[in-house]
Design a protein around this ligand. Sequence first.
Ligand code: C2O
Length: 548
Amino acid sequence: GITRHYKFNIRLQNVTRLCHTKTILTVNGKFPGPRIVAREGDRVVIKVVNHVPNNVSIHWHGIRQLQSGWADGPAYITQCPIQTGQTYLYNLTIIGQRGTLFWHAHVSWLRATLYGPIIIFPKHNVPYPFAKPYEEVPIIFGEWWNADTEAVINQALQTGGGPNVSDAYTINGLPGPLYNCSANETFNLKVKSGKTYLLRLINAALNDELFFTISNHSLTVVEADAVYVKSFQTNTLVIAPGQTTNVLLKTNPNTINSSFLMAARPYFTGIGTFDNSTVAGILQYGNRNPSFSNFSISTPPLPILPPINSTSSVANFTSQFRSLANSQFPTNVPQTVQKRFFFTVGLGTNPCPQNQTCQGPNGTKFAASINNVSFSLPTTSLLQAYFFKKSNWLYTTDFPNSPIFPFNYTGMPPNNTMVAGGTKVVVLPFNATVEVVMQDTSILGAESHPLHLHGYNFYVVGQGFGNFDANKDPAKFNLVDPVERNTVGVPSGGWVAIRFRADNPGVWFMHCHFEVHLSWGLKMAWIVLDGNLPNQKLPPPPADLPAC
Ligand code: C2O
């Protein structure tokens, strides 16, 4: 591989959407941010310079970061944030991965505007395991707020209620013609007839899983989270924040001058309000520019998407993912397990401070937890504390490996919805084989949670609805060709089982990729110890690692 250099200047920039101009954080003045393009085996060095008042850190979501945990990016987990005027060099090598990932800010809600694609091509002269596409197009979904997103989350945390929802969803930063004052900001994919396009779909939205479809076209799924999958056809797909999906789009051979709509809108089963609007874009054959300034019935019909709360559509779609599991792309799913965990994930509450009125459930504050632990970030990074052996006042290693109060997780909610705070981690020996069953709880209503693990891909060996049954369900696990990914939805009212081998030493964040649940504490961290060999150890930090 070669070394590729990027410079990310974090700058303020005025951007107008929905006839509303606001000053946002950008990389190099661009919204969405620039693409990182590399090949498998390359080293990528990104110099991030902070020219804004906020503390910033950037995460390279899905990059394995083998022995380069100092470049992972989550603030207060692997690094202190980059302060105003400071610079940090992220130095990472792409090993054994090719496909679509993305980068995003990883502090507070700054990823609302700081995000962009990562595109990894296979090594030279290594073809895709599918026909070479005529063109490749990144499609990155996001959310647009007219309000300042830092104010939105800070207000929610102070009052204890749910945050205000976004004003629009976006495709490549554009809300599209279904929103007021937005027709000129519509994503338009110009295509030729009879060609195959590779769409690199990325969900960078803060708080919503999205259904996506293109009218009159079917899509062939070929990759998820930068891992090839056995291809399958679908008309509609669902993509959770943190997930990426590559699909092939075959254009009709006989269509010449014509336009079709693509659309995305949320899948949601939780409590409270959400942005239930729809982003549309255009698939345009030929060069005649359609005008959607008067969006009306004369425009092409909107494609049909599943009902907002269609958990069965989501389950049908996600159950089709399988890894290739062939000689070129073998599956290394651990067949035996050394460390087994059962994690409940869901919402709960914190008490309202005295002399305050709180807007959460029954006058409490919203919180979220794993095994009833609502994780609080330490004041310096966990990786620094661990590496320099200054753990005692920053974190404890007693994260519970099963729920403290077992109950009927998907039945009637228990009387006590309170969660406990703490900065607790799990310590794993190097190379341990790990299984985690994650169970959604309906304490404040059943809801899907896209759980993301840093530093690893994992295999999704099983999923189901209701309460996980440790006696019966493991017999049905797929240990032959389970999909390998970095973000998986814990089904609404159900469970998912994942396995991975702890072969990457460091401190690795695991959390719900809904930003609001992350803010409420649905997160934890693993410490993976060094192995004995030199290539099994985390190297010391770079000299420019920011201090807190
Ligand atoms: Cu994409 Cu911890 O995040």
